[in-house]
Design a binder for this molecule. Structure first.
Ligand code: G4P
Length: 547
């Protein structure tokens, strides 16, 4: 029982730059999985562009999205869990954390736009964790770029080896369908948003005259030429290489037209990894272990004052989670029992009795949880790999109501535990700096501080571009760095020092002056190579932004 429950689970996230088609693809996967029956059911989950400045509107939509945060469905004997990631870039940090709870991802690319800024950042996170990736190149029904160009760009910009498993025949108005290199069949395209076309022609080989019959001699000749190049140039497909995050299989299709989605899903369930073992601070935990363990990767607070509940999302990593059983909260050294743990099946929330590795359980929380907390059956350890990333915007907090200083302090700390923003302290906590990914979080913080804690504050912009966590074996250099950069050093919530760099130049000069110090863009770092690599990538992406 335990073994099959484990091996049949596929827990993944769909990532994309906004507008590439993530919502549409999610919806189509749910349609195939029978979890929803009409198109449009998932749309409410998407934060509309028009609402960018109205965060209450966004909160309303986030409220809806709690139900769809994890979408589970059964497909061909597999239990598929899609972990939703917010499309809005101001909630990117939420997305990064969700990626720590998945076992693989599907990356959606718009065939006209190729690799975009968010795609790069999300892939950086996947690469850090060696998450296997399948690529879906979408919108082939529209004019787009040459598929070989797109593959080159994927390889160059995202640092992965691509291997097409389907190949498009024409594009835009000339799009005729795809050739499936794996199953050796032609799949013919007819635009249709509501039904699933199954115009599939099985072929013995590429020389088959059936191809010419269906797509015409010219397209057939081009297809044969393209496939020749693919077989000659790209590595052959190897499932192990994919699961090692070395090779990304690539599919082409049109999500809105249900085209290419079934092939994607069928291949996905067959090759994607089931839950794997995970690192903790003391040992690796295998999902087959009997004792339950899991970690909190997301906390959702309800802003509606009539429903002051918080839901902590726990990813089950080992054993079996059971309702009403006491579990050990390893940070607080405390036993907790959950009477109404929730599962999320598409739009329905329901109380569950048990959950297995790969599942996500919603736990009602009265303030016990912080992001990254671990639950076990008694063993003392905490899961690693839930890093914080450097924020993009930094502001200093000023108290506006001296009688509410304590409330402000408590409120800011609790909101940062929930992951709304990151808090950095200077001068023993006298200077509070809040770091976020987007402007909108500042509005959220102000609103919540006032409504939940009765505290009022102002934010003043700071000339900080990125925060770098830093480490060194050389205590002397560390000491000198601390005293020289006193005004640019703050402490994160775990009391780790960070260097608040004003720009690439200040990082460079710090690196030149203190060669023994390693700078890291995330709070969890492994090796020197990681640090150098991420800084290189960061420069690349910051140059892109400044162009
Ligand atoms: P996102 O979640 O990644 O932000 O993207 P979403 O699925 O919302 O898709 C963005 C836009 O692209 C939508 O149009 C959607 O209908 C369209 N789209 C998705 N897949 C395809 C496809 O295969 N072909 C074409 N031609 N378009 C596609 P919209 O006008 O922004 O929204 P809507 O009015 O259609 O809802």
């Amino acid at each position: 029982m335990k073994h099959t429950e484990l091996t049949r689970r596929r827990t993944f996230g769909i990532i994309s730059h906004p507008d590439a088609g993530k919502t549409t693809l999610t919806e189509k996967l749910l349609l195939f999985g029978g979890a929803i029956h009409i198109a449009g059911a998932v749309k409410s989950n998407k934060i509309r562009k028009s609402a960018t400045s109205d965060f209450m509107e966004i909160e309303k939509q986030r409220g809806i999205s709690v139900a769809t945060s994890v979408m589970g469905f059964e497909y061909n004997g597999y239990k598929v869990n899609i972990l939703d990631t917010p499309g809005h870039k101001d909630f990117a940090e939420d997305t990064y954390r969700t990626l720590t709870a998945v076992d693989s991802v599907i990356l959606v690319i718009d065939c006209a736009k190729g690799v975009e800024e968010q795609t790069r950042k999300l892939m950086d996170v996947c690469r850090m964790r060696s998450t296997p990736v399948i690529v879906f190149i979408n919108k082939l029904d529209r004019e787009g770029r040459d598929p070989f160009d797109l593959l080159d760009e994927l390889e160059r910009e995202l640092g992965i080896h691509a291997r097409p498993l389907t190949w498009p025949i024409g594009i835009g108005t000339r799009f005729q369908g795809v050739y499936n290199l794996f199953d050796k069949q032609l799949e013919l395209f007819s635009p249709n948003k509501t039904t699933i076309s199954d115009d599939i022609i099985a072929l013995n080989d590429l020389a088959s005259p059936l191809i010419d019959e269906h797509i015409g001699a010219d397209s057939a000749a081009k297809l044969r030429e393209d496939i020749g190049i693919i077989e000659g140039v790209y590595e052959s497909f190897d499932e192990e290489h994919y699961r090692d995050a070395y090779l990304a299989p690539v599919f082409f299709g049109s999500a809105i037209n249900n085209f290419g989605v079934k092939e994607l899903l069928d291949t996905f369930v067959t090759i994607a990894p089931s839950p794997q073992s995970r690192e903790t601070n003391i040992r690796k935990v295998d999902p087959t272990e009997d004792a339950f363990s899991g970690f909190i990767f997301k906390i959702h607070a309800n802003l509606d004052p009539n429903h002051r509940d918080r839901i902590a999302f726990c990813r089950v990593c080992s054993g079996k989670f059971e309702r009403n059983k006491f579990y050990y909260h390893t940070r607080l050294d405390k036993e907790l029992r959950f009477t109404s743990p929730t599962s999320f099946m598409a739009n329905e929330k329901s109380i569950i009795e048990e959950a297995w590795p790969g599942d996500v359980v919603g736990l009602y929380d009265t303030g016990n949880f912080k992001i990254g907390d671990t639950l076990t059956e008694g063993e003392q350890f905490s899961y690693k790999g839930i890093p914080r990333f450097s924020p993009e915007i930094f502001r200093q907090v000023f108290n506006r109501n001296p009688f509410k200083a304590k409330q402000l302090d408590r409120g800011i700390r609790q909101l940062s535990d929930e992951g709304v923003a990151q808090l950095f302290l200077r001068q023993q906590g006298n200077i509070k700096i809040v770091g976020t990914v987007g402007e909108m979080q500042f509005e959220v913080i102000k609103f919540r501080l006032l409504h939940e804690y009765g505290a009022e504050c102002d934010f003043q912009p700071l000339n900080v571009y990125k925060a770098f966590w830093f480490t060194s074996e050389d205590d002397e250099q560390l000491k000198r760095f601390h005293s020289l950069q006193y005004h640019h050093i703050a402490f994160d919530k775990d009391d780790h020092p960070v260097f608040l760099a004003e720009g690439t130049w200040s990082l460079k000069s710090a690196q030149d002056m203190f060669p023994e110090i390693e700078f890291h863009l995330t709070s969890e770092f492994k090796t020197d190579a990681d640090a150098v690599l991420s800084i290189g990538q960061w420069e690349k992406s910051s140059n892109m932004r400044h162009r």
